[in-house]
Design a protein around this ligand. Structure first.
Ligand code: NI
Length: 361
């Protein structure tokens, strides 16, 4: 009997070792915390879905290339063009079961090709739902898509459901969906949207509820808005992470708070520059100060569909303009891994994985 127990216990240990060893894909070493599911889909996928659904009239341009010029924002791009581009193609994705699952699975492949071993994608299910598809079904489809992507491409994918600043009426539902699907791949809640819109009470109640239910939080703040928004994210919303956060450097007290609390800033270099949320002069980017002061931050893409960027290009920018060395880039990857919303055990494993496979990069 004792021998049997010993064998079983050994095999359990072996199984758990195998699980540990294969949990993250070998060779991949980047981690992304800030990308939007509906801002990172492939243009050709939107194009094909529109064809399939007979919605080509909804898209501008006669060819995929012409359509792309409407979506991509570059040096001369503006926030208005960026926001407008979502209005152009979101109706094509809205309510399309096959398409929603497809963009989730494809994102895993795209992140794998970009060297990511793990990522968290943000989205608001309301933007993808319609009269025939509930927000809950959207969440289920994205979860399924990520699971399939994880199986096919070996990239671990999790999601963050996002409250939108001018949609207080959706807050409560976001908290409920986060709670209900926490074991199915939803790891946190966020707030995104136009920072000039004052937050209604619903957001404070929603986040309070999220805190009580132990749901992790990341808040877009200090992107276009003032340092005080970053302060609010840290002190009121008890956010573990802040999306962007650039303008925290404009208030010494808030910058001290960022350093003191060690809150994680999800920096998106190209996005910040192209959308004009920071000075167009790269040598004045706040991340230079973040790097110098060893602030806890990572490098992210935000919306690859619009910026035509990647984790690779963001790291290149950081080395070229932020004075970051290869070691600093690895540190930023490790900070990202440590700031994920994964359970503690998985997180530790990810951190070790990133350290191990980043050595040669
Ligand atoms: Ni964002």
């Amino acid at each position: 009997m004792n021998r049997l127990i010993a064998v079983l216990s050994k095999s359990r240990k072996l199984k758990s070792f195998i699980r540990m060893a294969s949990s993250f894909k070998e060779g991949l070493c980047r981690v992304e915390l800030h990308c939007h599911l509906d801002g990172c889909c492939r243009p050709e996928t939107i194009w094909n879905i529109a064809k399939r659904r007979g919605m080509m009239d909804a898209l501008p341009g006669n060819t995929l290339e012409e359509f792309l010029t409407e979506l991509r924002v570059s040096g001369s791009g503006t926030l208005a063009k960026f926001l407008h581009s979502f209005e152009i193609y979101m109706p094509v994705l809205k309510g399309d079961r096959v398409g929603i699952k497809e963009i989730a699975t494809e994102l895993c492949q795209d992140k794998m090709n970009d060297g990511a071993v793990y990522f968290e994608a943000t989205y608001c299910p309301h933007f993808l739902s319609d009269d025939n598809l509930t927000t809950e079904e959207v969440v289920q489809l994205v979860n399924e898509g990520f699971k399939e992507g994880e199986k096919k491409f070996g990239v671990k994918a999790r999601s963050i459901l996002c409250m939108i600043r001018d949609k207080p009426e959706w807050c409560r539902e976001m908290v409920e969906l986060c709670d209900k699907y926490r074991s199915e791949g939803v790891v946190g809640i966020g707030i995104a949207g136009d920072e000039s819109v004052a937050l209604e009470i619903d957001f404070y109640q929603g986040v309070k509820e999220a805190i009580e239910r132990n749901i992790c939080r990341t808040i877009h703040a200090g992107e276009s808005g003032p340092a005080s928004n970053v302060q609010e994210a840290i002190e009121v919303f008890k956010a573990q992470r802040v999306g962007h956060g650039y303008h925290c450097v404009e208030d010494d007290n808030v910058y001290e708070l960022v350093k003191k609390t060690g809150v994680h800033l999800e920096v998106c270099p190209t996005s910040s520059n192209v959308l004009g949320n920071v000075s167009p002069d790269w040598t004045k980017h706040p991340a230079i100060r973040f790097a110098k002061d060893n602030v806890n931050f990572s490098l992210n893409t935000d919306d690859t569909l619009h910026f035509n960027n990647s984790l690779q290009t963001e790291e290149d920018i950081a080395m070229k303009y932020f004075g970051m060395s290869k070691e600093d880039i690895i540190t930023a990857r490790v900070y990202a891994a440590e700031a994920t919303f994964l359970p503690e055990g998985e997180k530790r494993e990810l951190v070790e994985h990133v350290k191990k496979f980043s050595v040669s990069v």
